[in-house]
Design a protein around this ligand. Structure first.
Ligand SMILES: Cc1cc2nc3c(=O)[nH]c(=O)nc-3n(C[C@H](O)[C@H](O)[C@H](O)COP(=O)(O)OP(=O)(O)OC[C@H]3O[C@@H](n4cnc5c(N)ncnc54)[C@H](O)[C@@H]3O)c2cc1C
Length: 424
């Protein structure tokens, strides 16, 4: 390292982990370069609210550049990172190269189709704002097409929504679609009754929300059933085609199929040449570095680390945030010649919201369901809408949409077919 200049810390990914690391390095004598392929930080836990028209994209995304505006040692680059060359201490971008003294890899995860990548087109996942808008488009257009469909079988398929995967995203999305059909759109159509829409949540294992204790999974199933969601556990999906889901010999015709079943690590991890787990996550050392590479940190969804009991840390925002802070601390310590500290996760619990005033919360020493869990959920999300100066406004908008069932302009979407060329 050239001692005459400040060390260069390159952070790939400005999600929960990367952005926290960048901010935590504000007072460290380093140059921080944050690289992201998108110009915004995204609050993924509220993505399904955009997909179901309860929030607008701008409510849950904020420009990275604006968040780091006042941090003098930070530079933001909009670029796609392609690979890492640990020997040369360089990152290959799609349009150039970037050298580093320390690297923080925080590019997160993407949807995984378990070897069935051909299912993606028929069953999109929910990971980005584009995904959320595409899902919103599909949901709204399904109702529109059903309104004009004379064939009762076809109409039934148009009003069937299948969600593959009963984790938090699947459960939350299923509940939200049920509420759109039962309340938000209930009086807006003439030929169809949106309340007749079928929402089917398919889960391969024997219960939904497997990361929660069984009693909360059961309460979540009951809450979803009350909203009109058919929860089908022990139902592994074996094939997906446009408009059709198969689970063994069972066939479900559904115009809208959504993938909420699993994620795999960002492919960037592979270029490190480090040991990976089955989901492609880097098996990091306790101090969050790559084995044999003390200058490379991997954090968040991209890292695999077990807690003190040997249980793998979950792919949640809190892990990424705490690891981002910890990586920054270890970089600071390394520069001061202090020993690096092992990462310890402070588990703040698990939350899933299942519609208006209904949620489940598995908190340290406390398990809640129903309205109290929903209040906790609201509080936590207000607290963690980082960088969003309008966080109370967003939560107010969201609460208003829920209390009144009014979604207003957020129910607008693109036309069903290709738009006519402008003939003027
Ligand atoms: C729909 C949904 C709902 C969720 N709900 C919850 C919840 O309620 N509670 C909870 O705790 N967690 C939730 N999570 C999980 C949580 O969002 C993740 O665990 C967390 O975002 C991981 O943070 P990260 O920093 O590792 O990655 P991310 O936040 O995913 O950030 C990765 C960043 O890297 C960028 N990037 C990726 N590849 C490249 C590349 N090649 N070049 C440049 N940039 C790149 C991306 O654009 C992104 O900005 C949810 C996730 C989803 C998808």
């Amino acid at each position: 390292m050239d001692r005459s200049r400040k060390p260069q810390v390159v952070i790939l990914g400005a999600g929960f982990g990367g952005l926290t690391a960048a901010r935590a390095l504000a007072a460290t004598p380093v140059r921080v370069t944050v690289v992201d392929r998108r110009n915004h930080h995204l609050f993924q836990p509220l993505l399904y609210q955009v997909a179901t028209a309860a929030l607008s994209p701008g409510d849950i995304a904020y420009p990275i550049r604006s968040i780091l505006r006042r941090q003098r040692n930070a530079t933001v680059l909009l670029a796609d990172a392609v690979s890492v060359d640990p020997a040369a201490r360089e990152v290959a971008l799609s349009d150039g190269r970037l050298g580093y003294d320390f690297l923080v890899l925080a590019t997160g995860s993407r949807d995984a189709y378990f070897g069935h990548d051909d299912w993606e087109k028929a069953a999109p996942g929910l990971k980005t704002l584009d995904d959320a808008l595409e899902i919103r488009r599909r949901i709204l257009l399904a109702f529109e097409k059903a309104e004009r469909e004379a064939n009762p079988e076809r109409r039934k398929a148009l009003l069937t929504f299948a969600l593959v995967g009963g984790g938090p995203t699947g459960a939350e999305l299923a509940g939200a679609i049920a509420e759109i059909s039962r309340h938000v759109l209930a009086s807006d159509f003439r030929a169809i009754d949106p309340r007749e829409a079928r929402i089917v949540l398919l889960e391969a294992s024997d219960r939904i929300l497997p990361a929660f204790p069984p009693e909360l999974s059961a309460k979540a199933s009951t809450a979803l059933a009350r909203l009109g969601v058919e929860v089908r556990t022990g139902t592994p999906v074996t094939a997906i085609r446009p408009g059709l889901v198969e689970a063994g010999r069972e066939r479900l015709e559904a115009e809208t199929i959504l993938w909420t079943a699993g994620v795999a690590a960002s492919p960037l991890a592979r270029s490190l040449g480090a040991p990976l787990d089955r989901a492609g996550r880097v098996l990091v050392e306790p101090d969050l570095t790559v084995p044999g590479r003390p200058e490379i940190f991997v954090i968040g969804d991209l890292a695999f680390l077990a807690d003190r009991t040997g249980k793998p840390l979950p792919g949640v925002a809190q892990v990424a945030i705490q690891q981002g802070r910890h990586a920054a601390r270890n970089i600071d310590r390394a520069l001061r010649g202090a020993t690096r500290l092992p990462f310890r996760y402070r588990d703040r619990g698990n939350l899933a919201v299942l519609g208006r005033a209904a949620a489940v919360a598995d908190l340290p020493g406390l398990r809640l369901a129903g309205f109290p869990a929903w209040l906790v959920w609201c509080f936590v999300h207000i607290l963690y809408l980082i960088g969003f100066r309008n966080r109370f406004l967003v939560m107010f908008e969201w609460a208003w949409a829920y209390l009144t069932w009014q979604r207003g302009a957020r129910l607008i979407t693109e036309s069903a077919g290709k738009p006519e060329p402008d003939k003027r």
